[in-house]
Write a protein that binds this ligand. Structure first.
Ligand SMILES: [Zn+2]
Length: 281
């Protein structure tokens, strides 16, 4: 039940796993290219992942960022299967020391065991002849990193994409930085996107462009309404509608309000101020 589906695109294999299988954002894909895994799913799906890997254990694991649905089995892969774990430099302290995980995330994904990972090199040459180049793409998380296969035109995007038209934002995400990252990855040559939640997107380049256009336009509209004197709540209702159950299930950690509030903050700001302090209502 928790293994939702398997996918294959040319040499890339994938498995979708998750405890709650009805929504795409409560399941996650683990990608495999030869003997390399890209992300490894949530800790509560170890048994399912282990069964998928049993016949051919991988040799190395590349992590896109530290979130528990991506790094959750890194410790087990390293300790039990001897897999080498590589992660962005900025992920290493999170992986080693842990990080705050809200209750809803613990219920959906579980809590990962700490793991000592090695920092990614500038380029990873796979024994199967593929090359993966890490491209930092912060915004969703400060350590968010994509992997480009330049000869195939593939981009493994972790959580950079997820949706064309996001309606919600986690409190600590920075959408201004994410827009810069979307713009930055578009400066590389790629066509196919491998998203950790949406799966394989043959028209991935266009999807990344659509997300960028949407966020730029949403920011312009929010700022324009703010200049006209509308409250944060009124702007949210007008552009995204009322909050859904997502907001109360997550106790406001994942909400429409967060997205509008963040878009109205000055773009350079990394640590966001509370709405009141920033002159928002
Ligand atoms: Zn994430």
């Amino acid at each position: 039940m928790a293994l939702v589906e398997q996918q294959q695109f040319e040499a890339v294999q994938a498995v979708r796993i998750g405890r709650f299988t009805r929504r795409f954002n409560t399941t996650v894909l683990v990608y495999r290219l030869g003997n390399t895994l890209i992300d490894c799913g949530p800790p509560n799906q170890w048994k399912v992942l282990q069964a998928w890997l049993e016949a051919h254990p991988p040799q190395q694991l590349l992590l896109t960022h530290h979130h528990e649905d991506h790094c959750g089995n890194a410790a087990a892969l390293k300790a039990r299967l001897g897999v080498r774990v590589l992660a962005p430099e900025a992920s290493l302290p999170f992986l080693r020391n842990g990080f705050p995980i809200q209750l809803y995330r613990q219920i959906v994904w579980g809590v990962p065991e700490p793991v000592a990972a090695e920092a990614l090199p500038e380029k990873i040459e796979l024994p199967e002849g593929f090359t993966l180049i890490p491209i930092p793409a912060p915004g969703h998380a400060p350590d968010m990193t994509c992997f480009l296969e330049p000869n195939q035109g593939w981009l493994f995007t972790g959580d950079l994409y997820i949706s064309d038209r996001p309606q919600y934002l986690r409190k600590e995400e920075n959408p201004h930085q994410e827009m810069e990252s979307l713009r930055h990855v578009l400066s590389y040559n790629f066509q196919v996107v491998f998203c950790a939640h949406r799966g394989m997107l043959p028209q991935g380049r266009e999807a990344i462009q659509r997300k960028l256009d949407y966020l730029v336009s949403l920011r312009q509209q929010a700022q324009s309404l703010h200049r006209q004197g509308y409250s944060l709540r009124a702007i949210q209702h007008r552009l995204l509608g009322r909050e859904s159950e997502m907001s109360w299930i997550t106790m406001g950690h994942f909400s429409k309000r967060n997205l509008i509030e963040a878009l109205l903050q000055p773009p350079k700001e990394n640590a966001r101020k509370p709405a009141v302090e920033a002159g928002l209502r």
